[in-house]
Design a binder for this molecule. Structure first.
Ligand SMILES: Cc1cc2nc3c(=O)[nH]c(=O)nc-3n(C[C@H](O)[C@H](O)[C@H](O)COP(=O)(O)O)c2cc1C
Length: 367
């Protein structure tokens, strides 16, 4: 049967992938409470639709850091996409471009920043950065991102160590020898590594004080990914960061954390509209994109959803998932009485979760 929603793509992907690869993509840390919590929290929120609004023309288009995108959903950075399909990151980049949205390339990609840029030269792209203990390699990847037109550096701050991924421990998952990860190759001798070995290259001593040095060799907008508290959101603003992603790494790091949908209001409140706030973790439906907007996010990032598409049918599958999420978002906007993402506000949610909302930096018209 043809997949008609993200959950269908996930089921199909499970049939097609090796158990080790599926477990690596699907799994979270520990008891997978954060993973399940993310998904559940979006589902629990309820929309409050307005009626008798002209929705003959609905646009999902918006901007992120000033860059136009077809919808408030971006492709999150996910490592080792070649495990899903030989189209890998270049295929994902073409899929994102076809769907009119932006892809964030992982440091742990199986294609170089140049190859991914060449796959979709006209599409916007960001580069997700892990700061390695080896600052020379870190710097060289930032330089490649600069040279190949990446529009922002997305520094992941929630992984000084790898979460305990028990599915990987059970399957004994290793990156297959024939799959090369250019950043790891640059570090030398990482073929066939486990995820724990890969992430072991990251510098766990990184602090807020290192951001200035990073900015000196990466003169691009800086996004921090993995913020989970109002305190850190406020520090990010103080340190001149351009945007933040409220994220718990899709439930793959610390298991005992709150779902991102629950954390979003306190972060939005702390930021007071000074920078853009994005959110990820557990988004599987376009209606959930609208819920995130109602809580004050500018956009969401989707990790596993486009990966399931890639696993099912390469670039074409990833494109179908992204277009499906765009269509679902458009329908949810129309049925909420919103002609565009800018029309969504806290009053579009029933939950008290919306109370912290209010300061996302975008124009609003509320009747
Ligand atoms: C298989 C997989 C690999 C990931 N690799 C990275 C990565 O290399 N860098 C990073 O910042 N986040 C990584 N993430 C986290 C995603 O960017 C994102 O935060 C998360 O997937 C969002 O949750 P969702 O999958 O429920 O949409 C990864 C997530 C998955 C599922």
């Amino acid at each position: 049967m043809e997949p008609v929603c993200v959950a269908d793509f996930e089921r199909l992907a499970q049939e097609r992938l090796e158990p080790g690869a599926f477990g690596y993509y699907a799994g979270g840390a520990g008891d997978e409470l954060a993973l399940a919590g993310n998904v559940e929290a979006w589902r629990r929120l309820r929309l409050r639709p307005r009626v008798l609004v002209d929705v003959s023309e609905v646009s999902t288009a918006t901007t992120v850091l000033g860059t136009p995108v077809s919808m408030p959903l971006l492709v999150a950075p996910t490592a080792i996409q070649r495990l899903a399909h030989p189209d890998a990151e270049p295929g994902m980049a073409r899929a994102a471009a076809a769907a009119g949205t932006l892809m964030c390339l992982s440091t742990l990609a199986t294609a170089t920043p140049a190859e991914v840029a060449a796959a979709a030269p006209d599409a916007p792209r960001w580069f997700q950065l892990y700061v390695f203990r080896d600052r020379g390699v870190t710097r060289s990847f930032v330089e490649q991102a600069l040279e190949h037109g990446y529009g922002a550096i997305v520094l992941t701050v929630d992984a000084p160590r790898l979460g305990r991924r028990e599915r990987d421990l059970r399957t004994g998952f290793r990156v297959p020898e024939e799959i090369s990860v250019p950043s790891m190759a640059a570090l030398g001798g990482w073929e066939g590594a486990t995820p724990l070995e890969l992430l072991g290259a990251i510098d766990p001593s990184l602090t807020w004080d290192d951001l200035a040095e990073l900015r000196s060799f990466a003169p691009l907008p800086l996004v921090l990914k993995g913020i989970q508290t109002a305190e850190d959101a406020a520090l990010a603003v103080e340190h001149g960061v351009d945007a933040i992603v409220v994220s718990n790494h899709g439930g793959r790091q610390l298991d005992a954390v709150a779902p991102t949908a629950e954390l979003l209001p306190e972060v939005v409140q702390a930021v007071e509209g000074r920078i853009e706030v994005y959110v990820d973790g557990g988004v599987r439906r376009g209606s959930e994109v609208v819920k995130a907007l109602a809580l004050g996010a500018r956009a969401v990032l989707a990790g596993r959803a486009p990966l399931w598409g890639l696993a099912c049918d390469g670039e074409a599958g990833a494109r179908r998932v992204l277009e499906l999420l765009r269509d679902e978002t458009e329908l949810a906007l129309a049925l909420c009485g919103c002609a565009s993402p800018d029309d969504v506000g806290p009053a579009h949610l029933t939950s008290s979760a919306a109370q912290g909302h209010g300061q996302s930096p975008r124009p609003r018209q509320h009747p």
